[in-house]
Design a protein around this ligand. Structure first.
Ligand code: ADP
Ligand code: MG
Length: 241
């Protein structure tokens, strides 16, 4: 499991995370919602140590990322895949090469093995026929499905999604959410930052509402959406729904 304990994050004098604690159990899908600037991305980045917390700890399967040596951090971080709003594909590599790069370099897979795994994943996200294309020939939805397949190619135990559909044209949102939903159904442990409330209701085991660097509510989607407790959450839902 992932365990964030009393995480604080400052950027200079800006206090961005203020005592954030959250448990993410194996098989759970946690959706984080909240206004822009509330610290959602920073929190995700702290979970896989793209940003070290200023204070507090992040445990992944009982290993404290803060205290580990760099080499061990790399090992633990391999367990955590991340998908970003803006895809972050390698533009000069084909779809297939995007998928095989890290498994070969980091996991030392042979090219044959890496290609086999990549093709199976591309099939799963419906893009096997695009394997020799370059990212700039793909639609946003296709790019994001490639980014998800690329993260999965490292066989992570956890997946973090930071607004995976926010940069997409509306007609492409569903194809990406469908892929994420099928991952949820396959039992993948996930943390998803999203503004797609219908999706959150459907896939989340737990909804976490963040505001101003803190978790204000953490509840089942049923309880959260039907009966938000804080005025902040009520206001937020009123604006977004
Ligand atoms: P959210 O994802 O909820 O919109 P972010 O985590 O991106 O929120 O940002 C929260 C706050 O932290 C914002 O005020 C943002 O400007 C600030 N922030 C994020 N990253 C940095 C950084 N690298 N340096 C300085 N300030 C940052
Ligand atoms: Mg963000």
């Amino acid at each position: 499991m992932i365990k964030a304990e009393h995480v604080y994050k400052d950027f200079g004098s800006t206090k961005v995370l203020k005592d954030v604690s959250l448990d993410i159990n194996k098989g759970e899908v946690v959706v984080i919602i909240g206004p822009s600037g509330s610290g959602k991305s920073t929190f995700l980045r702290c979970i896989n140590l793209l940003e070290p917390p200023t204070k507090g700890s992040v445990l992944i399967d009982d290993q404290d990322l803060v205290s580990l040596k760099q080499k061990q951090v790399t090992k633990v971080r391999e367990k955590v895949g991340m998908v970003f709003q803006h895809f972050h594909l390698f533009p000069h590599k084909t779809v297939l090469d995007n998928l095989i790069y890290a498994p070969m370099k980091v996991k030392k897979l042979s090219k044959d093995e890496a290609v086999k795994r990549a093709e199976a994943l591309l099939e799963k996200v419906g893009l096997l026929d695009k394997k020799n294309q370059y990212p700039n020939k793909l639609s946003g939805g296709q790019k994001q499905r490639v980014a998800i397949a690329r993260a999965l190619a490292m066989e992570p135990e956890y997946m973090l999604f930071d607004e995976p559909t926010s940069a997409l044209d509306p007609e492409m949102v569903k194809e990406v959410l469908d892929v994420i939903q099928s991952l949820a159904e396959s039992g993948m442990t996930m943390v998803i930052v999203t503004h797609e409330m219908g999706f959150a209701k459907q896939v989340a085991n737990k909804v976490v509402f963040m505001d101003d660097g803190r978790i204000l509510e953490s509840n089942t989607p049923e309880a959260f959406f039907s009966n938000p407790k804080t005025d902040r959450a009520k206001d937020f839902l009123k604006k977004i729904l």
